[in-house]
Design a protein around this ligand. Structure first.
Ligand code: ADP
Ligand code: MG
Length: 315
């Protein structure tokens, strides 16, 4: 599906990055191969990644620190997102760097600590929907609810804490990202959906939220005039009637058809829904733009049009 010299935004699923630090390094070696395949084919690549499990882990660790030593106050969620961008970007840029060197490709790769502006009055602040952190049992979930936390059941996989996930409005460091792309460098940006901030004159204030990386990737893809948005996740395809008897996996779908499925409520809030929304918005925004949602390990086949769900603006 990708023509040579396309500008591509790849959105990597937080869950697909592995749960622990050592798992992440292993997963990212596979990811780097898929990314460098695209670079080798002559495409310009910008990588965005999720941080749902990771930001929850950082938040939990920082909370423990504040419990053992009262010198440390609770770490703001915006700072937890910044930390997640740092350590995921570190592993990701090094795995891509190594894969490039292995193939004798001379290109720099860097991670941009990216802030994304949100609206403080976004409805999302009243309706937390983004699952973060580890999966909990029902018993753990009930006890967390008693402590005042917002918990949901996440697509049949267990219970998870949810946090506000406002819409991305503007990428603060967009000019830096564009400048690096002009120099044909590989950029990792908007990690974890970007650090959520609100503008207060010249000051940017971090807010308690986690932006969905799928929507941030869409914003990023539009801002850099990309041709293609590839969302790599933990399922090979998008389904309608997901996990029901009449479940049907989708191959190539027009935006009109996808919008209908979205309105019919086929995609879970906080997981598949933002991916589909991002794909529809990106593909609708300019003729010739394409989106693909597939499994991380199937990226290459998906890009060749052999698997995954492709969202197109014809039909
Ligand atoms: P990521 O970290 O890649 O963003 P998410 O957990 O947010 O991953 O979203 C992927 C998950 O969405 C899948 O693992 C699946 O359980 C869930 N999901 C919910 N609805 C659907 C659907 N209609 N089709 C496919 N997967 C779905
Ligand atoms: Mg997600």
């Amino acid at each position: 599906m990708v023509r040579i010299k396309a500008r591509i935004v790849i959105a990597l699923g937080g869950n697909a990055l592995g749960e622990t630090l050592s798992e992440q390094m292993i997963e990212l070696k596979i990811t780097a191969k898929a990314i460098v395949d695209l670079v080798e084919a002559g495409n310009e690549v910008v990588v965005c990644h999720g941080n749902g499990p990771q930001v929850g882990m950082i938040d939990a660790a920082m909370n423990e620190l504040s419990k053992v030593n009262n010198k440390y106050s609770k770490c703001p969620m915006s700072v937890c997102v910044a930390m997640s961008q740092g350590y995921i970007g570190y592993d990701l840029q090094n795995s891509i760097r190594e894969e490039l060197l292995n193939r004798n490709i001379k290109k720099s790769v860097s991670t941009i600590i990216t802030q994304v502006e949100v609206n403080e009055n976004d409805n999302a602040f009243r309706n937390p929907s983004k699952p973060i952190g580890r999966f909990m049992t029902k018993k753990e979930a009930i006890s967390a609810i008693k402590k005042g936390e917002n918990i949901i059941e996440d697509s049949g996989r267990g219970y998870r804490r949810v946090i506000a996930s406002p819409s991305p409005i503007e990428i603060v460091e967009i000019d830096t990202i564009k400048a690096l792309l002009e120099r044909e460098e590989i950029v990792i940006a908007c990690g974890g959906g970007g650090i959520p901030v609100v503008r207060e004159g010249n000051h940017l204030r971090g807010v308690h939220a986690v932006i969905d990386k799928d929507l941030a990737s869409c914003q990023l893809a539009k801002s850099i005039d990309a041709d293609c948005l590839i969302i790599l996740t933990t399922v090979e395809k998008v389904a309608i009637n997901f996990q029901k008897e009449n479940e049907k996996w989708l191959d190539e779908v027009s935006i009109t058809e996808m919008k209908r499925y979205l309105d019919e409520g086929h995609f879970a809030l906080g997981s598949m829904r933002p991916k589909v929304e991002a794909a529809i918005e990106f593909v609708s925004s300019r003729k010739g733009r394409r989106a693909l949602i597939t499994l991380l390990e199937k990226a290459k086949e998906g890009i060749e049009g052999k698997t995954g769900t492709r969202i197109v603006n014809y039909k």
